[in-house]
Design a binder for this molecule. Structure first.
Ligand SMILES: Nc1ncnc2c1ncn2[C@@H]1O[C@H](COP(=O)(O)OP(=O)(O)OP(=O)(O)O)[C@@H](O)[C@H]1O
Ligand SMILES: [Mg+2]
Length: 398
């Protein structure tokens, strides 16, 4: 499932057209923003522009700078360099409570001794808002997150998803132009999480508040966002709509982090249109990224672009043979794992009706088209070919 950009004007979904953001309510601009903690550069000269009412996700591995970026927007950290503008106004020196921003943290920390409505009303009470006004706005906010029925419950009398919705209501009741959400669904089990993803997206398109949503779950980012900023080591690797980051990744890291990818390490030639390895040659008709002829390069193909058959394809497709190690059902998709002679796993995923019947242990051919073959320079080879099992073993061994 992907989010469509139907709730935004057509010019808002593509990469690189964000230049005109400025005066609108809920727009956000981070220009050359850098944050260092001692020797660590947590956020490294990032440029992100968010349009009013947009749903933007910050997606990336642990430690890439997502929370630090949110904390600078909320006013809990000051950037060392660069400028932040919210709704067209520079916020340098403006304290958190004076910014037109609310934050929902991962550990949503409701007050345990207060009821749902008291929790939601808390901020308005602090601001000495008129009693009738408080009642009306709390009612509205609870209605939005479908929690009116449980208004008198205490947090411990509710499920994680219900508590999460109260935390959202508490942020929405202030009617901010901008809502920052830091892994708000991280603590929920998968089913509840998927339900909340749908509800949250729906809510966001109804209230028209700008959402900046932090996650390290690529499916979540793909399904909810108008655009995704994929981050690595404090930098933005790519900022684009879900289809673009999936189909046209700008780096090997993005290609591997979003969805599943088969990577092959070889040497590039013919201006990056060919990558050659031990016993294989793959052609690409896509624009290579960072590949230099005669140097190491990565060819990448998605599992859903790979066909598997017992015969060698004769039509010039990219092909590699190996032994069929396993075939398994993933819902409506059959996943084949093929082990090549140099012990490389190639993964293929085919819709069940198109999947051939093949014997595990038998010799098979994996093949795919040149226009499904991405070529990258090898700068990020260590990251994309890292073996998570080995990394974990190393961490345990200390
Ligand atoms: N207060 C701090 N003091 C020192 N280093 C910090 C501080 N806050 C963050 N860092 C470092 O800055 C980098 C970015 O941290 P940040 O919390 O923004 O990552 P993140 O993308 O939110 O990661 P996660 O997915 O694990 O929450 C990390 O290397 C982290 O250790
Ligand atoms: Mg974080």
């Amino acid at each position: 499932m992907r989010a469509s950009s139907a709730t935004l004007p057509p010019d808002m979904s593509a990469e690189g057209r964000a230049g005109s953001v400025g005066a609108g309510d809920g727009s956000v601009e981070l220009v050359g923003v850098t944050k260092r903690f001692g020797t660590v550069t947590a956020v490294d000269a990032i440029d992100i522009r968010v349009r009013p009412g947009e749903f933007l996700s910050l997606l990336g591995p642990s430690g890439c700078g997502k929370t630090t970026t949110l904390r600078m927007l909320a006013g809990f950290e000051d950037p060392d360099e660069g400028e932040i503008r919210i709704s067209g106004r520079a916020v340098q020196g403006v304290p958190p409570h004076r910014r037109d921003v609310n934050t929902v943290f991962q550990n949503y920390a409701l007050f345990p001794h207060m009821s749902v409505s008291e929790n939601v009303a808390y901020g308005l009470r602090q601001m000495k808002t008129d009693k009738t006004e408080i009642g009306r706005r709390v009612g509205e906010a609870l209605e939005m997150v479908k929690m009116s029925r449980l208004a008198n419950r205490k947090p411990r009398e509710m499920s994680g998803g219900q508590q999460q919705r109260v935390a959202l209501a508490r942020a929405l009741v202030n009617r901010p132009s901008l809502l920052l959400l830091d892994e708000p669904l991280g603590a929920l089990d998968r089913k509840l999480r998927e339900e909340m993803q749908i509800e949250l997206k729906l809510l966001q398109s109804q209230v028209g508040i700008t959402f900046i949503f932090v996650t390290h779950d690529q499916d979540e980012a793909l399904s909810m966002s108008d655009r995704i900023a994929v981050m690595l080591d404090g930098r933005v690797e790519q900022l684009a709509d879900p289809d673009t980051v999936y189909d046209h990744p700008r780096s090997a890291f993005v290609a591997g982090f979003i969805g599943k990818q088969n990577f092959f390490e070889g040497t590039s030639r013919d201006r990056g249109s060919v990558v050659e390895g031990d016993g294989w040659t793959f052609r690409s008709s896509l624009e290579p990224i960072g590949a230099v002829d005669g140097r190491a390069a990565l060819a990448a193909v998605r599992p859903e672009a790979v066909r598997v058959s017992a015969q060698q394809p004769s039509d010039g497709r990219n092909a590699i043979s190996g032994d069929l190690a396993s075939s398994s059902h993933l819902g409506d998709v059959i996943q084949f794992v093929v082990l090549t002679p140099d012990r490389k796993e190639v993964i293929a995923r085919l819709p069940r009706p198109d999947a051939p019947h093949l014997d595990v242990g038998g010799r098979v051919w994996c093949s795919w088209e040149a226009d499904h073959t991405h070529v990258f320079g090898a700068e990020q080879v260590e990251i994309v070919l890292a073996d998570p099992a080995r990394d974990e073993a190393a961490a345990i061994a200390g």
